[in-house]
Design a protein around this ligand. Structure first.
Ligand SMILES: [Ca+2]
Ligand SMILES: [Ca+2]
Length: 208
């Protein structure tokens, strides 16, 4: 019985891990305006932005179709709407839902930036992530960090103008994910409760 429960909890854990990325994006969907490299590192397959209230940090993640490290020109721009006036510069290329007033840029050389602040990008195979203090992304309107919205797009930074825009994920802003999510706590609580029940039953049925 305990074994089955442990298995169920493990499966639930795996399911939660599989949902680590809020966004999945099609393969081979470079924008028609894109004139940069077609290396698979420019093709975004999944992306996520989460906010952890316990640590007051954001985690930015993108996964591409190919290895990222050292790919010339490859960079990933997270556009965030942190409240207040926004830019919608991509309406002309059919992406009016991309709205932002702050950006976080992660590059294939492991560097990154938020405005004039440098941040470290961690690259592992096809994944690039950065964990940054929320203090680097203040809101001018008092919008809560968890209510920020975002999209990410890959660029070939060697190309000027809209020709550098490779792939958006998603095409319309979505809200930052809060971690750990309330469901995770609920699942963990239920699992621990069941284990406790089994332990109590076992101790009752044990021969004295
Ligand atoms: Ca893609
Ligand atoms: Ca896309």
């Amino acid at each position: 019985m305990k074994k089955i429960l442990l298995k169920a909890i493990a499966v639930a854990g795996i399911a939660a891990a599989a949902n680590a990325y809020a966004v999945t994006d099609p393969a081979n969907d470079f924008l028609p305006v894109y004139t940069g490299s077609t290396n698979a590192a420019f093709d975004v397959l999944s992306a996520d932005v989460s906010y952890n209230a316990a640590t007051n940090e954001f985690v930015f993640s993108t996964s591409a179709a190919g290895d990222i490290a050292g790919v010339p020109g490859a960079a990933y721009v997270f556009g965030l709407d942190v409240g207040g006036a926004t830019n919608r510069p991509f309406s002309a290329i059919g992406l009016p839902g991309v709205v932002f007033n702050s950006t976080v840029i992660l590059r294939s050389d492991g560097t990154g930036s938020i405005g004039s602040n440098a941040v470290a990008a961690h690259i592992s195979g096809k994944d690039i992530t950065a964990t940054v203090s929320a203090a680097l992304l203040p809101s001018s309107t008092g919008l809560a960090f968890k209510d920020y919205t975002w999209t990410v797009w890959s660029i070939d930074s060697r190309v000027a103008g809209t020709g550098r825009l490779a792939d958006f994920a998603p095409d319309v802003n979505i809200q930052v994910a809060s971690v750990p999510e309330p469901e995770t706590y609920a699942m963990l609580g239920a699992g621990l409760g069941l284990l406790g029940l089994v332990a109590r039953r076992r101790s009752r049925t044990k021969p004295v």
